[in-house]
Ligand binder design. Sequence first.
Ligand code: ADP
Ligand code: ADP
Ligand code: MG
Length: 480
Amino acid sequence: MKKKILVANRGEIALRIIRAIQELGHTAVAIYETPDSAALHIRVADEAVWIGDGPRSDYLSIETIIKAAKNHGVDAIHPGYGFLAENPNFSKACEEAGIIFIGPSHDVIRDLGDKVIARKIMAEANIPMVPGTDNLPPGDEGMKVALEFGAKYKYPVMLKATAGGGGRGIRLIENDEQLKEQLPVARSEAKAAFNNDNVFLEKVVLTPKHVEVQVIADKEGTTIHLGTRDCSIQRRNQKLVEIAPSMIKDQDLLDRICETAVRAAKAANYFNAGTVEFLVDKDYNFYFMEINTRIQVEHTVTEMITGIDLVRTQIKLALGKTLSFSQDDIQIRGHAIEVRINAEDPQNDFMPEGGKTVSVYRSPGGYGVRLDGFVYQGFTIPEVYDSLLVKLTVFGFSWNETVDRLRRCLTNYTITGPKTTIPFYLNLVNDADFQKGDFNTSYLETHPQLFDYTVDTSAGSKIARLIAEIHHKKENTYAI
Ligand code: ADP
Ligand code: ADP
Ligand code: MG
């Protein structure tokens, strides 16, 4: 039966979800705040609801969104990622309003959103993890426990906000002095950012690979995995480039990581799509890090190598279907790479370039190329949201073919107006270590040459581009 599904998000992920809703024959309802008035997701959706002036406050208002959903006779809500996606109160409010939440139940979101509780659940299920503390007690007592942990496990240690996410609230601590200085700061920052001042310590895995596993589970408890992704290429613990499958050659190890992920999801009574994150050390030991209870930015690479439409599957499972495929049906083919093209200046500490207008937008295409974006020529990037413009995902049979395809796409991509991360990624595809598939979470620090490029923004180059554009317009041969 035709359902009405509201997408509680914006940007590329709103479009991604709207597409899946429409393909399933349901009605897609978009929401937007005033700064997003010119956004594409509003135009593509079947209905659009203005929820307020924002910025951000209305996308983050459970009350406003539930009210909009009720007024519009909505049956289900997809939260996307970010905003309210991992807020257990949102999923609970949906349940209470009789609206299906497309994701796990609120108690699972609550437990797994707390890194210390998640570690406890995993410890009980014998999932391997690095040693860590409980929530540090307040005051001197907490400092004592922390200093003892540093002495026992040897620095460096990781100081983490228990309710943290998105790479925020994580600090590397090298010695007692730093611990003494940073612990109170970390607490107050965690309180401000996550409204929860709990922090804990974890032993550091030196130069690890970040390997995560996509899992999917139906309400009958059937839980399967869709292979691995490597998200080691990060900046300040935030992912920039994602690859599927992991380039680790030891297939037996990857199989064990995937089986462990399924066990972890089962231990948490997981339902719908989720991601189990691990760190893999240089000796190929692997350790549980956390479970993300939502669709992730990088889900596209898994879709490319498995053929499974994850968002379609999420919706069908939430509407009560069981999984129509089993673990044996999942076949990993080829390689996929996603780069997050952001309106940022890598040479200026990735300073956001929001507020600028995209004057020319010409995207690549062809075999094995997928674009998940939301900008168009003439679009002014709102300053008040994140700087992701488009995710470029390429697929290839071999790793080399995939890297060659990525290079070709980046070379053919024209975005003018804001500075973007494209030239940085062009250096990446030309780097020998990347070409070998050899990277860990220190990649950016150990490869400063990625920042070494010049973009021709001279008046002469601008005029040349302008003339080319006018010429194209006359000939009517360019496509947005
Ligand atoms: P978030 O919830 O912000 O995603 P995670 O706990 O998943 O936080 O960690 C994000 C990133 O921080 C990891 O991908 C990794 O690069 C780094 N990191 C986290 N914990 C450790 C650790 N114990 N040792 C080394 N690196 C870590
Ligand atoms: P559909 O809505 O097309 O019936 P399902 O809900 O069964 O699809 O599955 C969701 C996604 O998984 C779709 O992208 C579908 O193409 C894919 N899929 C379904 N069955 C299999 C299978 N046996 N092997 C691989 N992929 C499958
Ligand atoms: Mg994480």
